[in-house]
Design a protein. Structure first.
Length: 190
């Protein structure tokens, strides 16, 4: 039975072009005792070094972790999917990395991670789709919705590149339209 009071156990955020600034704004405003993990799936170059973790850590006191294969999921941490790997959830305690073919020209693919998270977390999942230039994440949001999770989409007018959120709003029933200014506040209330 789905209720409005279903406890959120994971927030997974997908973004591409234009999403980094939204994430930096969010991190600045997140409360310390968040009580849930946040996973970031960001499109970046395959040869990208792990400077992203270092950059993000400057904006938040919660630990930022770049995921390795078989990383244990813990509350009060922000996890970053490494460049050139898909992220899968084995269960609510363990994440694994996958090097299968690109989806929507992307690895990591937001769709792959959203679908995997939806299968494991069901109604206790919040999936957030931010700015981006392709449709990656839209199908995954639909899968989150089908599994009774919550779907949050960035207001296209606030996105640096509006294709991804605009496409998502046309395809998926959205629970909340967020902006760079209010995303952290909504996560803090979970």
């Amino acid at each position: 039975m789905e209720t409005e009071n279903t406890k959120t156990e994971l927030v997974v955020i997908g973004g591409s072009a234009g999403s980094l600034q939204v994430i930096l704004e969010m991190l600045k405003k997140l409360k310390n005792g968040l009580g849930i993990p946040i996973v970031l799936v960001l499109h970046r170059k395959a040869y990208s070094n792990n400077i992203l973790q270092t950059l993000l850590q400057q904006f938040i006191s919660i630990e930022v972790v770049e995921i390795d294969d078989k990383t244990e999921i813990q509350n009060n941490k922000v996890y970053v999917v490494p460049a050139d790997y898909h992220l899968l959830f084995e269960n609510k305690n363990m994440m694994s990395l996958d090097f299968s073919e690109k989806m929507n020209y992307s690895r990591p693919s937001i769709d792959v991670t959203f679908k995997s998270a939806a299968e494991v977390y069901g109604e206790s999942l919040v999936g957030v789709l931010l700015s981006g230039a392709n449709a990656d994440g839209v199908e995954g949001l639909g899968f989150i919705k089908k599994n009774k999770g919550k779907v949050w989409i960035q207001e296209p007018e606030t996105a640096e590149v509006d294709y991804m959120p605009k496409h998502a709003l046309l395809e998926v029933a959205c629970d909340l339209i967020i902006t760079p200014d209010n995303l952290a506040g909504y996560i803090n209330q979970l």
